[in-house]
Design a protein around this ligand. Sequence first.
Ligand SMILES: [Cu+2]
Length: 274
Amino acid sequence: MFALTLAFAALAQPALAGVGQPSPWQMGLQVPVTEVAHYIGQFHNGLLWLISGIVLFVLALLVYVMVRFNEKANPTPSKTTHNTMIEVIWTVVPVLILIVIAVPSFRLLKLQLVPPQADLVIKATGHAWYWSYEYPGNEGEAFSFDANMVPDDQLQPGQPRLLATDNEVVVPVNKNILVQVTAADVIHSFAVPSFGIKIDAVPGRLNETWFRAEREGVYYGQCSELCGQNHAFMPIAIRVVSEEEYSAWLAEARQKFAATGRPVTVASRVPAAE
Ligand SMILES: [Cu+2]
């Protein structure tokens, strides 16, 4: 049965793991497209092997005790209560295991929490219940827009249900994108699984995360902090494009979103209540 499950997982993995979005019967995490997401996947798989080994070891010990020391097999039990050697072993070995886990864990934390020099800064603000985005720039260049979920009856071909947004965040491929995250009302959370990012959007605080997408495509995420009635309906859609396409979009977006007359706040400050 176990072998069958493994075989199924191996066969199913390429077809079923979602690229940028979940897929039906998906096994495992979404296909990673950033260094952080690759690392998360490897760390997760490594821990899975480690914990499986520990579970099997403990199971073997339990079975051994049940067979060898049950009342029938061992009618007169030993009165031993302490064994210094074994107590040292069952203290030291778990400590060593935790140290072995801690090294890659802290390395991953550093990769996530210490962003490299940013090529582009974007500010994402969570609202009840949509995200708004700001592209800071010099005077006349900065712009902002809202991204609302596309309702079921307005979905275009190729747009996934509950994930597509009317305006997408567009970023260039292979560039360090720093995302400043905050919220305007209640706590939300900005998460995109394929990028391996998830960070709380807290009113009055400016959190930071970053990603460097290594291939083009559209990557979807969702608000990941239970924020209220429409929590499930404030998706995140990020389109990763080539440098040229990005420049073209940028020029267009500056025209399009400037016309809305929305004030653009400085990226390092939380917008005033509207
Ligand atoms: Cu939310």
